[in-house]
Design a protein around this ligand. Structure first.
Ligand SMILES: Nc1ncnc2c1ncn2[C@@H]1O[C@H](COP(=O)(O)OP(=O)(O)O)[C@@H](O)[C@H]1O
Ligand SMILES: [Mg+2]
Length: 282
């Protein structure tokens, strides 16, 4: 641990939907150069936490600081410009378009103020087009898809399509990448490959926060784990610390759908079910 300004610093963060505190009074730090996992049973507020950090939702309480700057009230494209990018629990891939076009679309929707801004092509846009292409191509290299840039995205395997989704987020060259259940729908072998990719990206200087509801999946991957339950942080620490924490154990045991997920078994059993609750694609 260093005394330096943390990469992301969240204080008392909360959002209410009607009478429900989807996220409540969460205070946490996400350090640079690490893999932070956010875990918790379905409905714990994990995706909502990401929606708050990335500017998709406006918090009803608390502050979010990124590299010392208050970004609490910024809109999504402004958050992206600061260096935070995310993937979605269910990423829309345009199957008939090329891998490169998908990554370029990812760049546009993330860096523009709105759909029209992303779609309109004026003279000035030609420079932006070149920028999108360069950013997308670099991102494809980072996820190992440079050689498949011109294939239709639908021709890739499930794992390949996950990599496209990650490239879409990387195309804006973020400092912090937020991955929402990246292993959902993948088999154990694909999950292992994906975890290796995430490690590689972090070795290359990226910081990663990822949401996962299966504790077993993140045990061997995360440097630190933050546990949410009913919208609140109930534990934060190393995988070893968190897995021993009585509050965590009881939260998981009390969650019928995920009882028995406490083991240290590595990436096996990655049959993560979709949790819904996603607000839709950018
Ligand atoms: N836009 C929304 N409107 C109303 N309720 C929401 C909205 N987004 C999330 N929620 C609720 O907030 C809670 C946390 O959801 P979510 O963050 O998706 O959980 P997780 O990702 O941990 O499974 C759930 O009860 C969910 O129904
Ligand atoms: Mg979720």
């Amino acid at each position: 641990m260093t005394e330096a300004t943390p990469l992301l610093d969240v204080q008392g963060l909360g959002i209410r939907f009607g009478g429900l505190d989807a996220v409540k009074d969460v205070t946490a730090v996400i350090p640079a150069g690490q893999i932070t996992a956010i875990i918790g049973p379905n409905g714990a507020g994990k995706s909502t936490f990401f929606n708050l950090i990335s500017g998709f939702y406006q918090p009803t309480a608390g502050t979010i600081r990124f590299q010392g700057e208050d970004i609490t009230r910024l809109r999504t494209h402004e958050v992206v410009a600061r260096g935070i990018a995310r993937t979605f629990q269910t990423t829309t891939i345009y199957r008939e378009l090329s891998v490169l076009d998908n990554a370029m679309i990812g760049h546009r929707v993330r860096t523009r103020a709105g759909l029209w801004d992303a779609l309109l092509r004026t003279g000035r846009e030609r420079k932006d087009e070149a920028e999108s292409r360069a950013g997308a191509m670099q991102a494809l290299e980072r996820v190992g898809l440079a050689g498949r840039a011109h294939l239709p995205a639908g021709a890739l395997t499930q794992e390949g399509q996950k990599r496209v989704g990650i490239a879409m987020a990387l195309s804006s060259d973020p400092k912090l990448l937020l991955l929402d259940e990246p292993a959902a729908g993948m088999n154990p072998e694909e999950t292992v490959n994906l975890m290796a990719l995430i490690r590689e990206l972090v070795t290359g200087g990226l910081s990663v926060a990822l949401v996962e509801h299966k504790m077993s999946l993140v045990m061997g991957l995360a440097d630190q784990i933050l546990v949410l339950h009913h919208g609140q942080k109930i534990a934060q620490g190393t995988p070893a610390q968190v897995s021993r924490d009585p509050a965590v154990v009881s939260a998981y045991l009390g969650s019928h759908a995920h009882g028995g997920q406490m083991g240290h078994g590595a990436a096996a059993g990655a049959d993560a079910q979709g949790t819904g609750g996603e607000a839709g694609h950018a």
